[in-house]
Design a binder for this molecule. Sequence first.
Ligand code: GLV
Ligand code: MN
Ligand code: MN
Ligand code: MN
Length: 393
Amino acid sequence: MWAELLPVGRDPAGGYRRFAFTPPELECRAWFAEQARRRALPVERDANGNLFAWWLPPDGRRGGAVLTGSHLDSVPGGGAFDGPLGVVSAFAAIDALRARGAVPSRPVGVAAFAEEEGARFGVACLGSRLLTGTIDPDRARGLRDGSGRSFAAVLAEHGLDPALIGPDDDLLGRCACFVELHIEQGRGLDVPVGAASAIVPHGRWRFGFTGAGDHAGTTALADRRDPMLPFARTVLAARSAAERFGAVATVGKAEIVPGGVNAIPSSVTAWLDARGPVDDAVRRTVAEVARAARDAASAHGVAVDVAEESYSPAVAFRRELLDRIIRVLGGVPVLPTGAGHDAGVLAARLPTAMLFVRNPTGVSHAPAEHAEPSDVAAGVAALTAVLADLAGA
Ligand code: GLV
Ligand code: MN
Ligand code: MN
Ligand code: MN
């Protein structure tokens, strides 16, 4: 099953490019439906574009479900494991339970959440945020991708009614808990499997610099309103503010308009990702970067607009579920993560936990992300044991 997914959505620049509702991600969704069909698991697509495959108990009950899974979309140039590992492991765990003749006493659901990375519409975990009511559906409908297409239009194009997106209390009410298995995304594990204690606070901010486009050869330095200059100052300020407040800050994406070698740009839009151990570290970092951006913009006659696109406060996973998982697995390391996950969003509504599989490269959101097959097998075995315990299988 893993081998069928591997060729899908390779980024010509390396790694994977599987943006939500683009052809490669639709191919991943078709793969998901095919995996469910092979296992005779009914598939449900909710109004927000999230997918679920259900392994139902013999009495057909739909409530009290144990939900697992992750996401199939990727960042540009992403690794093979971030997201798909959790979905593939979920199907593999169901296979392992069935192979030993287990029958669940409550439903087990395999989820693939939509637009987890926010790589297309800008807000990470968009599908799970909508499901849990942590983003206003009106705002979600109006989100636009890089080509200007709205999320509403894209949903409609794929047979979903944009008027119906938003919280789904019926679906959440059918779920007792969520356990997401994920590749570990740093150098946090020196054994095959661990569990998450917490997700650090993190967010995204958009900085729009508007200057005046002009000729690179004929415009005197004194006459320029070049948005590139405050943009460059802002990138450096992100680094120094993060160092000062004990956070991390990244400018990983920028759009330069019009993008001519021999033209002073008319505008630059840049996105800041900031994360830290506590909210205050993130807030102070972003405030300092915004101040530096405004100061530099005003020094160069450039207008600047700073907007918060999303913010996720710290999430501490529910201790009782974590303790239960640690007991089932006979003890595993427990670690916080600087990466965001649907589990962090669902934690507001359900007891939620995460299992991590060791990543020997320590690299993620890049092609070098890796997991050894033996560690993947250990992850599947751990998820199998956890599902057996939680679903009474
Ligand atoms: C998503 O993976 C994130 O941590 O930004
Ligand atoms: Mn990711
Ligand atoms: Mn992920
Ligand atoms: Mn993530």
